[in-house]
Structure formats: structure tokens, C-alpha cells
Design a protein around this ligand. Sequence first.
Ligand code: NDP
Length: 328
Amino acid sequence: MFKAVLVENDPAGGYRAGLRCLDEARLPDGEVTVRVSHSTLNYKDALAITGKGPVLRTFPMVPGIDLAGTVEHSMHADYAVGDAVLLNGWGVGERHWGGLAQKARVQAEWLLPLPPQFSPQQAMAIGTAGFTAMLCVLALERAGVEPADGEIVVTGAAGGVGSLATTILSRLGFSVVAVSGRPEATEYLQSLGAAQVLERATLATPGKPLGKARWAGAVDVVGSHTLANVCASMQYGGVVTACGLAGGMDFPATVAPFILRGVTLVGIDSVMCPRARRLEAWRRLASDLDLSQLAAISTEVGLTDLLELAPRLLNGQVRGRVVVDLNR
Ligand code: NDP
């Protein structure tokens, strides 16, 4: 038997998430069984637990798009019993039972060896949020953005992706302007390396097609008017990486920044990201992330805390990252 968060949706009980003790026989098919030691609560997991977004494709479902743990049984040559592994995305926790459980059974190709620089706890403090932040950084670099080009704006900065993006970019020598709706997070964002903190409201309402040209690069987790305003205030040739929709899925923009300032908008997806880029991103996290910052960025909780935490995360009341200790 193992403990898990289980989301059910049926006419009798409606949409509900609860803590359950499940028989191992209920695990889905897969080549590798992992004893999960740590997982996380991402934005998407909070949507899955609360039912506030159509994240889950089948029911009952164990949410959790991230996991770290040890191989307990393997039918694949790449993994042996006792190997430390890590998983982000691939639809796990959406259409295949995920990481918010003491056990998971998954396909070998979805797993990565846990980089030796990280404990499972640290890997989950990074999680999909940190992995996505690094995908944004890699995209900015591939497009040629350098620290000397000017400021990088990071929106939703006190959240998971935003916190990791702020600390990674600052450590790489970029001047980061963190945008946050939480004035009380200013000191925290400065401790992660933000050179300046801007109030969220400055970007959240409808703006002009083109504004003052300010940013060389951007990491946007908010979408909607914020993304439109970020695009409108890019320097000539600036690069915007768009990865989130915390403020809305719409994109009420004009083509002006693209056709008049040569701005590039790069979409970032962590779920189906090819394996080679995943390995590159985790290699760069191992070399470029200041691990001593992870303690400030993350809070550790147990499975029982999640049901109460999920709605708070969606309301923007959870700072940084949430690590779930499955043995707590
Ligand atoms: P968090 O909830 O940790 O952070 C989101 C942050 O966005 C909040 O902390 C808040 O920051 C800000 N925010 C929240 N609501 C609003 C609002 N209505 N308007 C403006 N800002 C708002 O989530 P994550 O960091 O885990 O994820 C952020 C986004 O990125 C989500 O939409 C998520 O789905 C997406 N994502 C996408 C991935 C991909 O593969 N493309 C992978 C991972 C995440 P503050 O308080 O500082 O203002």
C-alpha cells in the first residue's frame, strides 16, 4: 500500500481530491517503478487538485508533474534498482499517475538520472518551475541576449518560475527587473539578485501598441495584458520568452513590437521538451544555480498539507517553491 493524493470526478461525488492509501496493484503500466521521496506543488498541480483548470485528462488521477526518488523495480536496461531518478512533465500527473504519491510507475524514457549535484529534495525545490526557468534562460542565450544588452524583466517574480528565473539570470550577470504583485516580497526578490522590483499593476492593464523601449529580454509567466505590455516595451531586437498564464490565457497585443522593433517571442514548453534539451537544462541548473538560494526559495510540506495549499498557490499567496516530502 502507498499514500497518494487521488483526484476523482464522477457524477456521485463530483470533482474531489483526497489523501488515499492505495494498493500497488492500482499503479498504471510502466517500465520503471519509483519509490518517490519528494515531489512538488506546481501551478498546474494546484489546478489539478482544485479542479480550477482542465488539467487532468482521465480519472481517477494522481496529480504531480514532478517527482524524485529511487528505482524500486525496472524492466528497462537504462535503470537498475537503487538508481536515483528525476521526472518532469511528459503528461505525468495529467494523463498518467504522477508524483504526489509514495510510488509511481512510469516509462523509462520519461526519467532522467538525478544529477549528482542535487539531493532529491533540492531537485524538487527546482522542479518543473526551475527547469522551465532554465529553458527560458537557454532560449534567451540562443537568441543572443547578453548581460551587456540591458535589463531582463521577469514577471510573476515571487512565484516558482519567477524566483528561479530571477536568481539564475542574476547569477549569470544579467540586470533583472522583477515584477511582483506582492510589495512584501521586495526584500526576498532583492536577495535573489533582482536589481529592481516593479509593482505588478504597472504591466497588468491594457497598454499602448508600443511603449518606451526598455528590456533586452523577458521571462513572462503571466500572459494576457502583462505579456502584451512586455512585448510593447522591448528594445529593438529584444527577446521575450513566454511560458505561463498566471494572469490569463489571452494575448491582447498588436504586431507592432514584432514588425517595428524586430522583437522575438519564444514559446517555452516543459512538458514535451525533447530529452537532449532537458539534459542540457539540468546540466546548466547544476552549474549555474546557487544552491544556497534554494532554502530561501522553497518551503517543505507533507502530502496532508497540499489540499489546503493548492487554492492558496492559485491565489498568488505562496512564495517561491513548495517541496513535498512523501515520507512526512
Ligand atoms: P506560481 O503560482 O508559483 O507563480 C505565479 C506567480 O504569478 C505568482 O506568484 C504571482 O507572482 C503571479 N501572479 C499570479 N496571479 C497573477 C495575476 N492574476 N496577474 C499577474 N500576476 C499573477 O506558479 P509557477 O511559477 O509554478 O508557474 C507560473 C506560470 O507558468 C503558470 O501559469 C504555469 O502554468 C506556467 N508554467 C508553464 C510551464 C511550461 O512548460 N510552459 C512550466 C511551469 C509553469 P507575484 O506575486 O510575484 O506577482
